[in-house]
Write a protein that binds this ligand. Structure first.
Ligand SMILES: C[S@@+](CC[C@H](N)C(=O)[O-])C[C@H]1O[C@@H](n2cnc3c(N)ncnc32)[C@H](O)[C@@H]1O
Length: 312
């Protein structure tokens, strides 16, 4: 069976089902780790994709560490069994992947490989993984004072993966912006932000310089609204709670207008996600749909004007 493994996928907590729906050739599921006999695909629901898994036979913990180090320096363990042995191999590797990221930061040029212990004497190891974060987990140094909620972590992760962020002098629209976690991040980046929601922003965000707010239905906001003001929209962010189909219809108007340079939008699902709307978003040229560590039953759609950073 081990010789058949061509790709492996790590699902997010509680989201193995939608990932399994995307995959062919599944030969085993070990907790959140799915092994497949088919070459990797860019599965939207994967938290991490092991693109080049190889079997490494080991005689001992030291032998395992030695063989992994001979392949490359940085490794991250996914442990689903034989936890003590796996942990000892990890300790022998002496890699320090656990440090939380300070936002903004550039991604490491040497992202970690991933390994798991398939049995006492067999490792599965992949040097090429889709996520630059260990096991796809983007842990940031948190700010417990500034942002009004934890939604800001989703934008921290998106912008870190994008390898770019709103710049001073740029203008951003943030639909579904209340209570203001995303607006707070955009303000931190030094850009101007217009937040739109039916509910108000938290006063601590509403009073920040460069943050403005309109209470209205986001879908009534159209690209031509900014023509008279002569404003360029550099970024359109959406964290709206709405049907993805409705968001798609509205976002297409913006994409087709050519009036906005960059898009980052959350697609939120109720229950089982619908594959066809995900495919529609993914087929918008130069865009990508992926599950973030800070997404729940959601995906994030990116369309960026610059070539994407190494994280996407
Ligand atoms: C998950 S919350 C957004 C959290 C926000 N991104 C933050 O960082 O604080 C989703 C928001 O979408 C807003 N919303 C949903 N449908 C809307 C619509 N049609 N127009 C404006 N706001 C809408 C809700 O009022 C809610 O505040």
């Amino acid at each position: 069976m081990t010789s058949e493994i061509k790709s492996a996928y790590l699902a997010a907590e509680g989201l193995t089902e939608p990932l399994l729906d995307e995959l062919d050739g599944v030969i085993a599921v070990h907790d959140r780790l799915i092994l497949s006999s088919k070459p990797f695909i860019d599965a939207h629901w994967a938290q991490n994709i092991w693109r080049t898994p190889q079997i490494v036979h080991i005689d001992s913990i030291n032998d395992a560490a030695k063989k992994l180090k001979a392949i490359q320096r940085n490794w991250c363990l996914y442990s689903y069994q034989l936890h003590r042995r796996a942990k000892l191999i990890e300790e022998n590797l002496n890699t320090n992947q656990k440090k939380p990221i300070i936002f903004p930061s550039l991604l490491s040029p040497a992202p970690p490989g991933s390994f798991a212990l398939l049995d006492e004497n067999t490792l599965l190891a992949s040097t090429e993984c889709s996520s630059p974060f260990p096991n796809g987990e983007a842990h940031f140094v948190e700010d417990k004072e500034g942002p009004p909620n934890r939604a800001y972590l989703k934008l921290y992760e998106s912008l870190t993966l994008a390898g770019t962020r709103p710049q001073p002098g740029e203008f951003c629209i943030d639909v579904g912006g209340s209570p203001g976690g995303w607006a707070w991040v955009i303000h931190q980046c030094g850009a101007e932000v217009l937040s739109i929601d039916r509910s108000p922003l938290s006063p601590s965000v509403a009073n920040l310089q460069g943050v403005s707010f309109q209470k209205r239905d986001a879908f009534s906001l159209l690209p031509e609204d900014f023509e008279q003001e002569g404003k360029t929209v550099d970024w359109l962010f959406s964290d709206l709670i709405c049907y993805p189909e409705k968001l798609y219809e509205w976002i297409l108007k913006w994409v087709e207008s050519g009036k906005c340079k960059n898009f980052i939008c959350t697609l939120k699902f109720k229950g089982k996600p619908d594959r066809s709307i995900i495919d529609q978003f993914a087929s918008i040229p130069n865009s990508k749909v992926q599950h973030l560590f800070h997404n729940k039953n959601e995906l994030t759609w990116f369309k960026l004007s610059q070539p994407a950073g190494s994280g996407l």
